[in-house]
Design a protein around this ligand. Sequence first.
Ligand SMILES: *[C@@H]1O[C@H](CO)[C@@H](O)[C@H](O)[C@H]1NC(C)=O
Ligand SMILES: *[C@@H]1O[C@H](CO)[C@@H](O)[C@H](O)[C@H]1NC(C)=O
Ligand SMILES: *[C@@H]1O[C@H](CO)[C@@H](O)[C@H](O)[C@H]1NC(C)=O
Ligand SMILES: *[C@@H]1O[C@H](CO)[C@@H](O)[C@H](O)[C@H]1NC(C)=O
Ligand SMILES: *[C@@H]1O[C@H](CO)[C@@H](O)[C@H](O)[C@H]1NC(C)=O
Ligand SMILES: *[C@@H]1O[C@H](CO)[C@@H](O)[C@H](O)[C@H]1NC(C)=O
Ligand SMILES: *[C@@H]1O[C@H](CO)[C@@H](O)[C@H](O)[C@H]1NC(C)=O
Length: 486
Amino acid sequence: MISAKMKLANFLHLLLVYIIYPPPPSSSSSSSSEVLLIKRGFSTSPSQPPFHPILNEPSGVFSFGFLEVGSSQLDLAVIHLPSGQPVWRAIPASPASWDGSISLSFNGSLVLSDARKGVIWSTSTVDGDSLVLLNSSNLQIQKKLGEATSVLWQSFDFPSDTIVQGQNFTSKAALLSENQKFSMSLGFNYLALYMEFNGVAAAPMYWKRTALQAKAQIIQGKGPIYARVDPIGFLGMYQTEEVPVDVLSFDTFNRGIPGLRRLTLESDGNLKAYYWNGSAWVLDFQAIDNLCELPSTCGAYGLCQAEQPRCGCLDNSTSGCPLADSGNLCSVGGDEYTIFRSKGVELANKELANHLKVASLEECEQSCKQNCSCWGAVYNNVSGFCYSIDYPIQTLAEAGDEQKTGYFKVRTTRASSGGGLKNKAGIVLLLVAGVLVFLAAAGFGAYRVWKQRRRSSDASTVECPYKDLKSGSSFRSIELSESFRK
Ligand SMILES: *[C@@H]1O[C@H](CO)[C@@H](O)[C@H](O)[C@H]1NC(C)=O
Ligand SMILES: *[C@@H]1O[C@H](CO)[C@@H](O)[C@H](O)[C@H]1NC(C)=O
Ligand SMILES: *[C@@H]1O[C@H](CO)[C@@H](O)[C@H](O)[C@H]1NC(C)=O
Ligand SMILES: *[C@@H]1O[C@H](CO)[C@@H](O)[C@H](O)[C@H]1NC(C)=O
Ligand SMILES: *[C@@H]1O[C@H](CO)[C@@H](O)[C@H](O)[C@H]1NC(C)=O
Ligand SMILES: *[C@@H]1O[C@H](CO)[C@@H](O)[C@H](O)[C@H]1NC(C)=O
Ligand SMILES: *[C@@H]1O[C@H](CO)[C@@H](O)[C@H](O)[C@H]1NC(C)=O
């Protein structure tokens, strides 16, 4: 099923490339692919999936249009034409489907509407004069004021999962992986990656790059830092334009690579930089090299065994790991869970987790047991550190030694209680409440499934987290996939 999906995705991708590249530069027909500027009053509806170009730019590398995502859903996107790679997507809060009901108009604001649902996405600008696509891939709504042109809105300020070279990534923006499970944002003096969970108060950080400030210091009060991919091959962090406060260099740093560069937060949680070599995207940097250190390589309650390499379960189960969970245990009552322990497990990037020094394993477990926002803890018998996992348990790595012990909570779903109730009315009430809770949970589940579906396209959902293993990793995807939840 996974491979069928991937085949379909590959096929769609090839089809997309076939259809849109090379775009026939004919002057006679297909005038829609030649549009370089859109003025107020413009309106169009999607036709010809998987990509319907609306606006192009002079160099012919990028195009803005309707993009088919997932199965028959639609988004607005800026596409890198030679590869079919989206470098920007609108990602409306409500899904749009590829049928006759969708229209895009420009009336000063760029508005995507559905005949039934009304406006589903808009730039919320008021009096833009024109919509243009720059050769940098930046989509802009501009306004003429005499000789000057001001920019009312630009796609560069609202990145989806990618930034391209020259694009400023500011502290107001965030990257969100296509499957919506991971995000990237800037702090006062660092860039960080986070896991996204519903109902977890603070998104847990799993990767952090602190500005080294080798050539320039970050000065408080001088404004927030921003990041930008430089065409010579590095990710720079800046506070002012002159000198970067940090340089994170890529493999081809300063090697005179002319191709376009992009930085993408992938659906496996890794941050990767690529350059376009004229026929393919070449991997040039990845934030996390070791697959077992990615947050959910082996899924929830997964154990990543680096030496084999393969995925197992933290509880040694061979019939599937405990089910994935979300949120915290506080809302349902902090005691509705069972626990298990496992020896020889390691939390990746544990220095980013809450930790404290304790006297014993018992003390470590007790501190987690008493705190409903704690899902588990890893105790290191040598250092005495107790690392608390304050989010639903994901993948842990196998540790070489037995000194590290993990303690994990598993929510007991629909725990039956009510033994103390003698009153029949009470029992009836409880049943009704139970049914209501169950319905609400089912509804919420359906909503989440729906939400997930609409936001992920076939190629990169959680179901195939190993699609990028070919590049830059010694792991064999077959081995991992086979052992994954078999
Ligand atoms: C543009 O159209 C949208 C949707 O119909 C509407 O909400 C908005 O007020 C319009 N803006 C202007 C400036 O007319
Ligand atoms: C992009 O446009 C700018 C000015 O608008 C121009 O200087 C530059 O050469 C163009 N780049 C390409 C690759 O066409
Ligand atoms: C990025 O930020 C710098 C400094 O504010 C500015 O000079 C530059 O024009 C910005 N680039 C883009 C593409 O917005
Ligand atoms: C681009 O990279 C691909 C994959 O690494 C390689 O097969 C191809 O030969 C490269 N093309 C050029 C022009 O270097
Ligand atoms: C799983 O097996 C390993 C080695 O056999 C053992 O150390 C560990 O405690 C077991 N974990 C559980 C949860 O049974
Ligand atoms: C529970 O854990 C969270 C996260 O580590 C922490 O912020 C909070 O203070 C803890 N609560 C108690 C009562 O220890
Ligand atoms: C932890 O260390 C103590 C003292 O060194 C030792 O007695 C104990 O067996 C160790 N426990 C584990 C789980 O390794």
